[in-house]
Write a protein that binds this ligand. Structure first.
Ligand code: ATP
Ligand code: MG
Length: 498
């Protein structure tokens, strides 16, 4: 069951779809991580750049304070302190911005240290210096000359440089990483494109092999059959797929068609044979009748008839015999036509088979004598059955007529009626030509005559046995045959006992 499911096209299609889905999900996941990492790296680089900018800004604050104070001390004009005061107000925000933008623990620590250094510079140096200047400008100028302020600013500036260098290095690293991730994403996308193109090509090849080629084979075979070649078959229809199945179904249909055509040809042949046979069987007695009637007519027309009464009587007997033969043939044809039309009317009554057999044997005596065949009957202990005595007699007549017809001069025909178990049996045996095994199977086909009958030019059309079997079966019984070529034949009628 599972194996059949696996070999079905639907399953294969489903499997391919699942595979494609899994592959695209994998590619999507790879792409998403690469792009995510690229975005993170770019963001980090951006933050480091912002930190560098914030460091520059804070450095300007320090410089503004230093130059403001220096200008005031040199010129003694309070107006120079304006940038100092602005820087003093803004230093907290600028320092917080730098700490916030710092990317690593190291640079954050450096930023905090810068803020502390800057605050110390303001509170421990600039503010006391300005307070001193309020009292004496020259004392303040002396203090400046000591170099403490310059040293502190230089120290702060070198810290700024280090921090900026750190952040720039960090930013460069992150930018490189972002670039690598972007390259990776492009590589994945190209790989996925090439991979799916390959996969699609493979799928196309596979579909070609499993769908298109078999469908073409099917169409080609259908064309050949349509053109009249009924021997055409779908090649390689053994595949387990739906199309293989279709091919096999198609082949079996083609087989049925071929057989049907053969049967139709055969039917045509037997119809032709039948027409030839029936024409011949009708013509022979009719020719004889016409011939003898003309003879009698000519003789009657002459003033002195040449035929004596005995001859005239013999002619009339020939005419009578042939007319009866015609009547029998027409009767047989009508009977078969009636059976074909579905109706075998039986006048059922209690029938003594003993009497039926005795009547048939008596009627066959003249023919047996003429053929030089000994006829014997053995009837005892046969029960009566429910049936049509006329038709039963016809069945036995046919068997007896055959037995006498196909037994050479000096032979023996014996009829036996008895009961066996739940059946009444009537058998007709002869020591005649028998029936070749090859012909026995077809013996009950209408108009069939065994090779022995055809080669021996024995008269008949091949309806007797068909009629006999129809009668026996109409009575719920069956007809059996035992024979060997050259060793006689035995036909047995089996009737069920009611
Ligand atoms: N007892 C027999 N011995 C040998 N062959 C027989 C015997 N009975 C029947 N056959 C073969 O079976 C064929 C069919 O028999 P069937 O009675 O149907 O036809 P028929 O005798 O040829 O013609 P008819 O329609 O006149 O009876 C015969 O032509 C003959 O070849
Ligand atoms: Mg017959």
């Amino acid at each position: 069951m599972l194996a059949r499911f696996r070999s079905s096209l639907i399953w294969q299609l489903f499997a391919v779809l699942v595979l494609l889905l899994a592959l695209s999900a994998g590619v999507f996941a790879l792409l998403a991580t690469a792009i995510g990492q690229q975005r993170d790296a770019a963001e980090d680089a951006g933050r480091a750049e912002r930190a560098v900018a914030a460091a520059g800004e804070l450095e300007r604050v320090v410089i503004d304070m230093e130059t403001g104070v220096r200008g005031y001390l040199i010129a003694g004009d309070e107006g120079f302190l304006k940038p100092y005061r602005r820087a003093l107000d803004g230093r907290g925000v600028a320092a917080a911005r730098l700490i916030d933008a710092s990317t690593t623990r190291r640079t954050r620590a450096a930023a905090t240290a810068i803020e502390d250094g800057m605050n110390a510079y303001v509170e421990d140096y600039l503010m006391p210096l300005l307070a001193k200047a309020q009292v004496s400008l020259s004392a303040a100028r002396d203090e400046v000359r000591q170099g403490e302020g310059k040293r502190r600013v230089t120290a702060l500036r070198s810290r700024f440089e280090r921090l900026e260098a750190d952040e720039e290095q960090f930013a460069a690293g992150k930018r490189a990483m972002a670039g690598e991730q972007a390259d990776r994403a492009i590589a994945i996308a190209i790989g996925a494109l090439v991979g799916s193109a390959l996969l699609l090509a493979l799928l196309g090849l596979y579909a070609h092999r499993t769908v298109i080629v078999p469908v073409r084979r099917l169409a080609g075979t259908a064309d050949r059959i349509a053109a009249g070649d009924l021997t055409a078959r779908v090649p390689k229809a053994e595949q387990a797929t739906e199309l293989g199945q279709t091919g096999r179904a198609f082949n079996s249909m083609a087989g049925s068609l071929e057989r049907a055509a053969e049967v139709a040809r055969e039917a045509d042949r037997s119809k032709d044979e039948f027409i030839a046979l029936v024409s011949h069987e009708l013509r022979t007695p009719l020719t004889s009748i016409v011939g003898y009637v003309e003879l009698l007519d000519e003789d009657a027309a002459t003033p002195e008839p040449a035929l004596d009464p005995a001859e005239r009587r013999r002619f009339l007997e020939v005419i009578n015999r042939n007319a009866r033969r015609l009547l029998r043939l027409v009767g047989e044809l009508l009977f078969v036509a009636r059976v074909d039309a579905g109706g075998l009317d039986l006048d059922r009554e209690r029938v003594e088979l003993r009497e039926v057999v005795a009547d048939s044997v008596e009627a066959a005596h003249p023919a047996a004598e003429e053929a030089g065949v000994k006829l014997q009957a053995e009837v005892d202990g046969v029960p009566a059955i429910d049936g049509d005595s006329g038709r039963l007699g016809q069945a036995v007549d046919n068997l007896l007529s055959n037995a006498i017809k196909f037994t050479p001069r000096g032979g023996l025909v014996s009829v036996r009626a008895r009961s066996a178990g739940e059946e009444a049996l009537i058998s007709v045996s002869d020591t005649g030509v028998g029936i070749p095994a090859a012909d026995q199977a077809r013996l009950f086909e209408r108009f069939f005559r065994a090779s022995s009958a055809r080669s021996g030019h024995t008269p008949g059309v091949g309806l007797g046995l068909v009629i006999t079997r129809a009668i026996v079966e109409g009575h719920g019984g069956r007809l059996e045959l035992e024979s060997e070529a050259g060793a006689g034949a035995t036909f047995t009628l089996h009737f069920p006992l009611a």
